[in-house]
Design a binder for this molecule. Structure first.
Ligand code: NDP
Length: 297
């Protein structure tokens, strides 16, 4: 049995950050300031804190300004909206990211709607999702855009391919489907009500799994030679007692004998998300400065 290839998202993301860093140098030379990314963290959720710290470090590493706004978990909706308003008006800020999930008493949709769409580097604002849906230039959610970059790197032109996206969330599944449609794939979106998921997945040349269920997609579901992108991040008990490990939504080892290529977890899609966030911040900085979009990103 020939083995498929493991797609190295860590290496791809490092290359992308390198390209962003080069273009940041050009931006600083022409504009006399660094692109700025503001990250708002509400509360002290440990996973979110780790994620925000690592975003901050990588932002600085590519030569951008990192601005962190930590607010207590009991911040009011009005106070949070006032902070977003300040950041919208702050010329040093090109990108605004509000770390999700927010505490229950805050209205996430209203907070996202308050972000200036030109600074919405997560691409969650309805203006950006609408622009993506109708094929206008938009700030596109980081994780699905990262998945598309990996797919195009592996497969080249995606036109005419059968793509199945499992999951229909606003942050992964739906924008992923819109991106694949824009590449002229024939796209199916599967979800928890889909009947006979195995046979739906078996049609696909491209499978993107964004579900949140450990190793749900089985090897025998995969059409021979398909390319599989595993977005899932699931913590499961490890081999040693008291230890845990990360697995995706796809049974990777089972699939390796069937696929052309597959992203591992960890080390596949995960590292792409922050790299694309930095890319989006650079794109937003270019747009705000009236410069053409940075080439090749
Ligand atoms: P959501 O929980 O918002 O969405 C999950 C989707 O999966 C829903 O559309 C749901 O269907 C569908 N689903 C649930 N059960 C089944 C099933 N049995 N069969 C088919 N579909 C099913 O999750 P997200 O989109 O936010 O995230 C998905 C995964 O990706 C998570 O593991 C998350 O941790 C990971 N993730 C990873 C990122 C990264 O950087 N690598 C970034 C973002 C997310 P329905 O709509 O019908 O309920």
């Amino acid at each position: 049995m020939t083995m498929g290839k493991l797609i190295d998202g860590t290496a791809f993301a490092a290359r992308l950050r390198g390209q962003v860093a080069e273009k940041v140098t050009d931006f600083v030379a022409s504009q006399g300031r660094k692109p700025g990314l503001a990250v708002v963290l509400v509360g002290e959720d440990p996973a979110s804190s780790v994620y925000v710290r690592s975003k901050g470090k990588m932002t600085v590493a590519v030569g951008m300004e990192s601005l962190e706004y930590k607010r207590p978990a009991d911040i009011s909706q009005d106070e949070l909206l006032a902070l977003i308003d300040d950041l919208n008006k702050n010329d040093a800020v090109d990108g605004i990211l509000v770390q999700l999930p927010l505490p229950k008493h805050l209205d996430e949709n209203a907070v996202i709607a308050a972000i200036d769409p030109a600074k919405d580097v997560d691409g969650f604002h309805v203006v950006n999702s609408g622009r993506l849906a109708v094929g206008l230039p938009a700030l596109v959610p980081c994780t699905p855009l990262g998945c598309l970059m990996l797919l195009k790197d592996e497969l080249g032109d995606l036109s005419g391919m059968e793509a199945v996206v499992i999951g229909r969330s606003n942050i992964v599944g739906k924008p992923m489907a819109a991106l694949l449609l824009a590449e002229s794939c024939t796209v199916t979106i599967a979800h928890s009500r889909t009947r006979d998921l195995a046979s739906v997945v078996h049609r696909a040349d491209i499978v993107v799994a964004a579900v949140g269920r450990p190793e749900m997609v089985k090897g025998e579901w995969i059409k021979p030679g398909a390319t599989v992108i595993d977005v899932g991040i699931n913590r499961v008990p490890g081999d040693e007692e008291g230890k845990s490990r990360l697995v995706g939504d796809v049974a990777t080892a089972e699939c390796l004998g069937h696929v052309r290529a597959i992203t591992p977890v960890p080390g596949g899609v995960g590292p792409m998300t922050i790299a694309v966030l930095l890319r989006n911040t650079l794109v937003a900085a270019h747009m705000r400065a009236g410069l053409p979009a940075p080439e090749g990103l």
